[in-house]
Design a protein around this ligand. Sequence first.
Ligand SMILES: [Zn+2]
Ligand SMILES: [Zn+2]
Ligand SMILES: [Zn+2]
Length: 509
Amino acid sequence: MTVGNMENAVLFDAGKKGRGLKANRELSPAEVVFAEPSFSAVVFDSLASQVCHSCFRQQAKLHRCAQCKFAHYCNRTCQTACWEEHKQECAAIRKISPSCVKMLQEAKNESVIGLEIFQVVSSIHLAAQVLWRIHKDTGVVSDSQLIPVDHLEDHVSELPEEDRKQLETDVHSFLQYWSCGRKQLSTDYISKIFGIIKCNAFTLSDQRGLQAVGVGLFPNLCLVNHDCWPNCTVILNHGNQSALSSALHSQRRIELRALQKIPEGEELTVSYVDFLNLSDDRKKKLREQFLFDCTCEHCSRHIKDELMMAAAESGEKKPSADKVKEVTAFSKECLEKIEKSRVDGDYHEVVKLCRECLAKQENVLADTHLYKLRVLSVASEVLSYMKNFTEAADLTRRMVEGYMKLYHPNNAQLGMAFMRAGVTHWHAGQIELGHGFICKAYGILMITHGPNHSITRDLETIRTQTEMELKMFKQNEHEYHTIRDAALKSQPVAISSPAEKTKGSFRKH
Ligand SMILES: [Zn+2]
Ligand SMILES: [Zn+2]
Ligand SMILES: [Zn+2]
């Protein structure tokens, strides 16, 4: 698939949803519908010195732009590749007076609250990048771009009062940044660009796909409408990031990939929010952030809402409705405390709270209950970090079992969760389960990320390793059990751990 090729998708009128894209022919799972370079993109201000402003790779030693001291790059190659884009920004940053910088920073800090998606992004920097590019190349930068960037949906007229005020502040700050001897722009036009960014910008992750490091605008991608149960997924592909020479790093680009078979003429959709929220909460988020009301089938019919709030069924006795209510309220409160301790870096407290919460939830909330899954996710992550892999592994297993009942089978989040479960089991010495999870993760990531993505390649390496270890253990069973039993004895393991089952199947040989 060549970057920019739009043969597989065609623009159409999607009724109430406005414009949309539909499949121009039948598409198979894992197929790249299209790949698109960014029109503009910026690294979050808070990570400006940790992430390459050209290829968005996160690494320790970056070279600083000698002129503005703001932009950072892997090396000369990345810097040269980015110069056209950075040139104007570089001058603006240099010219800006210190008082102006302070004002911008203050304005940005305020805007963070309203713009969840941006974390600490400088929407001002992105707006300026977009406008510079429009002036230089116009709003259409290639033949395959289906729509000029300033014709994208902005929803400014529908903004609630509070957001409109914020927008005015942003525009005002922007003008300070922009005014250094530049072309005059109307505030309406600038507001429009901010509006476009607010409801169309795409968060960019680092090369591992684990941390959001920036934000960019991809005009064709903006035309793909939302569905909470989408038939496509979008990933950022940084190209061959492991290559030593950044000449081999590709330009940052997104890929729209089919998650399932899509018949010709069917609308292409992606999800702008995590599915693991109740339909009303997803709708609220979408309304606030993207200014539309979701009418997708999963929201309209509240599909899986019940599962996400279900009571336990497998316990000795069914919990009473009051008990379920009580534990749900307790969990909600506890999750807030957990989050606070996590942010404070008090991991011992996080683990203590999680254990307490999980104990209360036992036999009361179902394994698919959102609050249980959230606790399992945080607890397993923190326990892995603290190298308590045995307990973490058990929790990741319970987490993915719940996820499997809720997520689309090819959901990227599910794939990443399987990967986490696999790696944790591997670290815990539970090689058979670990390898199983790694294989499941690999199957999903081959569809959502494709074979050339750096995460898939990392996973392939792990898979080869766990496969080899598994073979080794199977060949020398006695030694395997000696090592493994010793490892299990040294750390208390949850009684219901599938480790018991694994042991059984190994002894059959
Ligand atoms: Zn780079
Ligand atoms: Zn510079
Ligand atoms: Zn929906």
